[in-house]
Write a protein that binds this ligand. Structure first.
Ligand code: GMT
Length: 375
């Protein structure tokens, strides 16, 4: 049966970061499936293609009125969502993050009244893991979740933690993230040459470098490796590396570490690496891990949050903090290229079987249909 297309407003953070990337990919996929998709954010989401059919972008100016002592985003966002929601007769607001996005959606829906769009809130992690225990935000997050028509979480681990943290008695659907790799625009050899590499084993870490990513442990693993002279660590940094600089000298690993901001498509770097090393202490999913798996690179990570749901038994997951075991695993991969290849290939198969747009997007569409059918 032909499904009717929806008019969807997607609110997300625009920067490099899993939630914005996921929301952007989802919106683009929905548009190719004939839905009309309106993005709301304070800047254009980095991977959003504004020339694509049925894609619209509504920039929200952060409120900096002289009568207010502090800038405000939530109210201008709510007003913009209400204006566009009304003018475009949106069916749904699909917001990524409860605060401030679901709060703004709730306010916008109140402003619109009876014909207001339904609200679908997708949780990516920090609402629950970092802000949930904070009494300054807890009540607002709980309110946003309880007033959403549907709530989704990107992993089962996050779903359970959310229900416990907010003592929720509502349904939370799990829809795991997906990734659609693009073809690299430069060859592996070219990228490696630019990074100053010959035959070194290149380990990749991509993150925003926030404290929970535990860059200290990442660097200590490299320092503990027996094969240290054969390894290089490429950090694709979505944040400042400055505070980690002193540790490079303290551990005497400056020559092992290359830090880049992703100035070119991540696919170029992903194909040029030999393994992915991830040291987060909290991670509800780990989109960078999934991206690395799509390029058949073995994953070494801590067994925390939703990471086991992504990696399954296709990588090396260690107890949080066991950096000796992590260093040993990287050494073994260097010594056994065939084993590394097989582990990487198993990861690629898992990623391309379970974490694709073809799997995830129809599940979001089913949620949209469900909430739209509710009175
Ligand atoms: O990892 C971050 O700090 C960024 C954050 C975000 O908002 O983009 O990532 C969260 O959402 C991603 C997409 O769903 C997940 O892959 C990350 O695991 C999650 N981060 C945390 O749970 C810390």
């Amino acid at each position: 049966m032909e499904q009717r297309p929806f008019r969807i407003g997607i609110t997300c953070f625009p920067l490099i970061g899993g939630s914005g990337i996921l929301a952007t990919s989802l919106g683009m996929e929905l548009a190719t499936r004939n839905h009309e998709v309106h993005f709301f954010s304070y800047a254009k989401p980095v991977r959003l293609d504004l020339t694509a059919p049925r894609i619209h972008f509504h920039e929200v100016a952060v409120g900096k009125h002289s009568v207010f002592p502090c800038p405000d985003y939530t109210l201008p966002l709510a007003v913009k969502m209400a204006d566009v929601g009304r003018a475009e007769r949106l069916d749904l607001f699909h917001v990524h993050y409860a605060v401030p996005h679901a709060t703004a959606a709730f306010l916008a829906a109140e402003m619109i009244g009876k014909t207001a769009p339904k609200i679908v809130t997708t949780l990516h992690g920090t609402d629950t893991t970092m802000l949930g225990p904070n009494p300054q935000y807890r009540g607002a997050i709980a309110h946003a979740l309880n007033h959403s028509d549907a709530v989704t979480a990107v992993s089962e681990s996050l779903r359970q933690q959310t229900i416990e943290t907010f003592a929720l008695i509502r349904t939370v659907d799990v829809i795991p993230n997906f990734f659609t790799p693009s073809a690299p625009t430069r060859s592996r050899e070219e990228v490696r040459r630019d990074l100053g590499l010959t035959d070194e084993f290149l380990v990749l870490h991509m993150s925003n470098l926030r404290p929970s990513k535990r860059i200290d442990l990442l660097l200590r693993i490299i320092a503990k490796m027996k094969q240290r002279n054969r390894v290089r660590l490429l950090i694709l940094a979505g944040g400042s590396f400055a505070s980690c600089e002193p540790l490079l000298d303290e551990l005497n690993i400056r020559q092992n570490v290359i830090v880049r901001t992703a100035a070119e498509p991540v696919e170029n770097y992903l194909q040029a690496t030999d393994a992915g090393l991830y040291t987060s202490e909290i991670e509800s999913f780990g989109l960078s891990i999934l991206e690395t798996m799509f390029f058949a690179k073995p994953i070494i990570a801590f067994r925390v949050g939703g990471i086991p749901e992504v990696v399954g038994n296709t990588g090396s997951l260690h107890q949080f903090g066991d950096i000796d075991a992590m260093a040993k695993t990287v050494d073994e991969l260097i010594e056994s290229p065939e084993q590394a290849r097989q582990i990487g290939e198993a990861g690629r198969k898992r990623a391309s079987a379970d974490f694709t747009a073809q799997k995830a997007v129809p599940r979001y569409e089913a949620v949209y249909r469900r909430v739209s059918a509710q009175s």
